[in-house]
Design a protein around this ligand. Sequence first.
Ligand SMILES: Nc1ncnc2c1ncn2[C@@H]1O[C@H](COP(=O)(O)OP(=O)(O)O)[C@@H](O)[C@H]1O
Ligand SMILES: O=P(O)(O)OC[C@H](O)CO
Length: 504
Amino acid sequence: MTTEQKYIVALDQGTTSSRAVVLDHNANIVCSSQREFTQIYPKAGWVEHDPLEIYATQSSTLVEALAKAGIRSDQVAGIGITNQRETTIVWNKNTGKPVYNAIVWQCRRTADTCEQLKKAGLEEYIRDNTGLVVDPYFSGTKIKWILDNVEGAREEAEAGNLLFGTVDTWLIWKMTQGRVHVTDYTNASRTMVFNINTLEWDEKLLKALDIPLSMMPEVKSSSEVYGETNIGGKGGTRIPIAGIAGDQQAALFGQMCVEPGQAKNTYGTGCFLLMNTGKEKVTSHNGLLTTLACGPTGEVAYALEGAVFMGGASIQWLRDEVKLLDDAKDSEYFAEKVGSANGVYVVPAFTGLGAPYWDPYARGAIVGLTRGVNSNHIIRATLESVAYQTRDVLDAMQADSGIKLGTLRVDGGAVANNFLMQFQSDILDTEVHRPVVTEVTALGSAYLAGLAVGFWGSIDELKDKAVLDRKFIACNDDGKRNRRYNGWKRAVECAKGWAVEDDI
Ligand SMILES: Nc1ncnc2c1ncn2[C@@H]1O[C@H](COP(=O)(O)OP(=O)(O)O)[C@@H](O)[C@H]1O
Ligand SMILES: O=P(O)(O)OC[C@H](O)CO
């Protein structure tokens, strides 16, 4: 069979849905399939997923996408996995059963453990060795929570019976029937127990959090064959799983940001602005993270990251909880019906604030309400909040890197919103470039897998595949831009430190 008759499949396991995307040799998406799954909110500020539902939705999208495209499993040259990062799963390796639900990256339940780490004087060590700030966002304190709170878990872990994984690790373990327990550098770098200087699990931090090393997966590069899976059950074709990357690093690769200074922003559930810094590990002085990403062949590289917790999810909140919208895309129509947000600011700190504020106690706020404010103003202000948060992290990134970005490459579900993209460009005073294919996370993951199995010879074959859909050019009214952004900064102050510890 020639390469032309073969395909690469990307499995994109996101915060709200699981997707399978099939690519041909020209890097065209030939088919995709998507399933949403249950979001579990046991208490205020807590977020969980069912690991078995994650696996079930993901594996069914794979089968469905191949069936839709009429592709046989022996035509699949390789599978790439990309995933919501930090989300923590612990399972028993003998029974294959999770001991608790997946604790999702957004979950704030471990804020007190983070306070204890700070009191123990570990903040600077964590910053220097993991690149991260001490925040409940990352996996380490979530693993500790499971071991401390699930009956019998600690004993089982110490007896060597429990395994930890981020979602990539869990999926691969399931897809290989428990034979492969592995992750990649990009996912490991989000756990707060992985040393990004030595590229090994950090024993001092594992000890500080009481996590046995035996639970941790083997850490590998983002582009190599980790194992094989058989689609279609016993006796089915064995397909190499050949790429792993956290979804934001996959999007960085998919946008071809593989050289130092290249950056992208992804607008999905959250917003994640990443800049590749190559071999240089840049430490932020402005509230950003240092993380691991991929160079041109998928090899490990450093990146700076601004992680914003609520992006498109704040529009989902307007749709599902406040019921101001039937569909997220209608937000553009309603926002355009009013000429401004009428002085209203929405700060969507529903799960605290991430970069550059790092306040797990911040909570959502709507400020500037007057009698003339209607639902369109609130919708517009919610969309604007996504752009203001991106300005916060872009300013920080430009200060840390010393690089002024002339253009911002964007991707993710919410970039379909033209109002948001134009407002983004205006508030940044930077051109915003939107590609035709906005499923860049899946592209990046497919590229990593395809390069590992020789489906593509090198990244140069892929560089000219991205086609620009639209450029958004900034307005030149500095006065308006600055007034609006200053209003946002004041609004953020109102949201900070709101929750008391008992609320978490
Ligand atoms: N036209 C739109 N305008 C604003 N937000 C949108 C639009 N379309 C989708 N979204 C938001 O984008 C998010 C979905 O993007 P996606 O990249 O699929 O997210 P994820 O990978 O995090 O699950 C949802 O939170 C949704 O509310
Ligand atoms: O599911 P997404 O696309 O919003 O990504 C979630 C991030 O990986 C969390 O760090």
